[in-house]
Design a protein around this ligand. Structure first.
Ligand code: BTN
Length: 316
């Protein structure tokens, strides 16, 4: 039996492929009555779709950039869509505890979370989402998820916008504007694990797409600012999920090599900010267990597993 969710998605598919289509034709195609079609159309209108009723039938006026359950119905995850919530990470945690894999998306986050306890500015127009996954990785391999997520974000942006982006350790997506490095997207990873096995991982992805950048965010940039026009967020989300799922099946070595090919950190003089103190040195490599290998000014070799990285000039 068809669920209402797939009926609405199917009505939308018909509206998108036909300029005008009658309630009768939609009903025939989906095996439902004209009254049922009408009811579904009212729900779709309430979800933000602009559907005009003409004497010849229904017409979808505007192909809006919506990220709701209907638009993302082809994804292999249950979609939880919110107009406004505190943070998709908070909602994801509750859903993950119920044992589901799911994608949580919000148009606006009122208390978006960044790494290291920072606030993540999340106004209308960006992609603010958290993906709950239950990968068959052992705890020691969990580091791979941030590399996979930042790589998938970068590749999805490149595929859908045509621009070239880079990665900064540990997981920022960077756009180089003239000589400046501007942050286009960031990843936040939260993991629940037992003894050695990952129970679930929540991958928070924030991408500045069509949103306004706050006046205090001098280091950030949006895709709209780069391209001079708005871009469809749906395509980026779909592409991200596709690439993410493929990378999840790849070997650790391959993932790290792909990440290294797009990174701006290795070979640079960097400052690592960490609650336990600052370290300055040359970023040499990424170790097999995901750490940044740093050679300090006193020739000490350190393995850094977390922290914030600032690229220093000049290059050593
Ligand atoms: C960073 O500091 O670079 C990570 C930013 C992560 C932001 C995303 S937006 C969706 C998800 N929900 C949040 O509250 N944060 C993450």
């Amino acid at each position: 039996m068809r669920t209402s969710k797939s009926t609405k998605s199917n009505i939308l598919k018909l509206l998108k492929t036909n300029k005008i289509i009658s309630g009768e034709d939609i009903g025939k195609a989906l095996g439902i009555s004209r009254t049922a079609v009408w009811k579904h159309i009212q729900v779709l209108k309430n979800k933000g779709y602009k559907i005009k009723s003409t004497p010849k039938g229904y017409m979808l006026i505007n192909n809006l950039d919506l990220l709701n359950e209907e638009e993302l119905a082809d994804l292999p995850y249950k979609i939880y869509y919110y107009k406004e919530i505190t943070s998709t990470m908070d909602v994801a945690k509750k859903i993950a505890e119920k044992g589901e894999e799911a994608l949580i998306i919000a148009e606006v986050q009122t208390r978006g979370k960044g790494r290291l306890g920072r606030i993540w500015h999340s106004p209308k127009g960006g992609i603010w989402m958290s993906l709950i996954v239950r990968p068959s990785l052992i705890l020691k391999e969990a580091y791979l998820l941030t590399y996979i997520a930042s790589l998938a974000t970068a590749l999805a942006i490149e595929k859908t916008s045509g621009i070239r982006v880079s990665l900064k350790w540990p997981n920022d997506v960077i756009y180089k504007k003239d000589k400046e490095e501007k942050k286009l997207a960031g990843i936040l990873l939260e993991i629940k694990a037992e003894i050695d096995q990952i129970n679930y991982a929540i991958i928070g992805v924030g991408i500045n797409v069509n949103n306004k950048i706050g006046i205090l965010e001098s280091q950030a940039i949006s895709l709209k600012e780069i391209l001079g026009k708005e871009i469809k967020r749906k395509n980026i989300v779909m592409e991200f999920i596709k690439i993410f799922k493929n990378l999840l099946k790849s070997e650790a070595k391959e993932i790290l090599n792909l990440w290294k090919n797009k990174n701006l950190t290795l070979g640079r003089k960097v400052k690592i900010l960490h609650p336990e103190g600052e370290k300055i040195g040359l970023a040499l490599n990424i170790s097999d267990d995901g750490a940044l290998i740093l050679k300090t000014e006193t020739d000490e070799i350190l393995k850094i597993y977390s922290g914030d990285c600032i690229h220093l000039r000049p290059v050593l």
